[in-house]
Write a protein that binds this ligand. Structure first.
Ligand code: KIV
Length: 277
């Protein structure tokens, strides 16, 4: 059976929940996460067996043409989360909280997390940071919204980092990150994204937690892995980080398809009889 046939033959999956994701770590089953910003991507990735669809604020750089994730708004994330949620995937839908939607106060963070669930249809939310977001995480979890944390190379801090650089290379920073990971677990996070950190640290943090770590440039020992869909599909035209593996070259396929359409229209080969009434 080909991989395509195997995907189509797969039995419908039960809805994946935040507790089910924790249970996957307990069973030692790797967790697969990709970004999704639109309905067809959500349907296709869900059919392929992805466990978590992340409506990342990377939508800003990947789809909207921004140079960073900082300009992304609540309205942007709501718009894309609705499109993904309408696919009714078995995968857990996690909506990213954009810059300035949770930093000002705990109250604002709770209200915005609530909007992503109530208006967007998200099953969970994600936010970046450790100590400084702990009170907000605690409160959001208390009201019943599952929270995914995010430590390491957190893109919303790109200005403070002075660029997209691997984080926590020194001993003090490593100790701080490991402590913040434990704090986020204690505050109730059901999973943590670890981005752009040494693989050895990814392994240490993973071993020290009950909840799963999802790595992106954090080594193979994390409990799961996440990639931006457009990166893995070869559809992103910007800078490609070292941690990306491309599983397709869709940009090449698109270029070729557009060029053939242009040639057919110019030569009056399209539409043919079959495409005409
Ligand atoms: O926004 C995003 O896509 C993310 C992932 C890279 C983890 O936060």
């Amino acid at each position: 059976m080909s991989e395509k046939e195997a995907v189509r033959a797969r039995a419908p999956r039960a809805k994946i929940t935040a507790p089910a994701v924790i249970e996957m770590k307990r069973r030692g089953e790797p967790i697969v996460v990709v970004t999704a910003y639109d309905h067809p991507t959500a349907v296709i990735a869900d059919e392929a067996g992805v466990e978590i669809l992340l409506v990342g604020d990377s939508v800003g750089t990947v789809l909207l043409g921004y140079e960073s994730t900082l300009p992304v708004t609540m309205e942007d994330i709501l718009h894309h989360t609705r499109a993904v949620a309408r696919a009714k995937p078995a995968a857990l839908v996690v909506a990213d909280m954009p810059f300035m939607s949770y930093q000002v106060s705990v109250e604002q963070a709770v209200l915005n997390a609530g909007r992503l669930v109530q208006e967007g249809g998200a099953d969970a939310i994600k936010l970046e940071g450790g100590d400084r977001v702990a009170p907000a995480v605690r409160r959001i979890v208390e009201i019943g919204i599952p929270v995914m944390g995010h430590l390491g190379l957190t893109p919303q801090s790109v200005l403070a980092f002075g660029g997209y650089k691997v984080q926590a290379r020194g001993e003090a920073d490593q100790e701080r990150l490991a402590r913040e990971a434990r704090l986020l677990e204690e505050c109730g996070c059901f999973a943590l994204v670890l981005e752009g950190i040494p693989a050895r640290l990814g392994q240490t943090v993973t071993r020290g937690l009950r909840v799963p770590t999802i790595g992106i440039g954090a080594g193979v020992q994390c409990d799961g892995q996440v990639l931006v869909s457009h990166d893995l599909l070869g559809l992103f035209l910007g800078r490609q980080p070292k941690f990306v593996r491309r599983y397709a070259e869709l940009a090449d396929g698109m270029r070729e398809a557009y060029a053939r359409f242009v040639a057919d229209v110019k030569a009056r080969r399209f539409p043919g009889d079959a495409e005409s009434y």
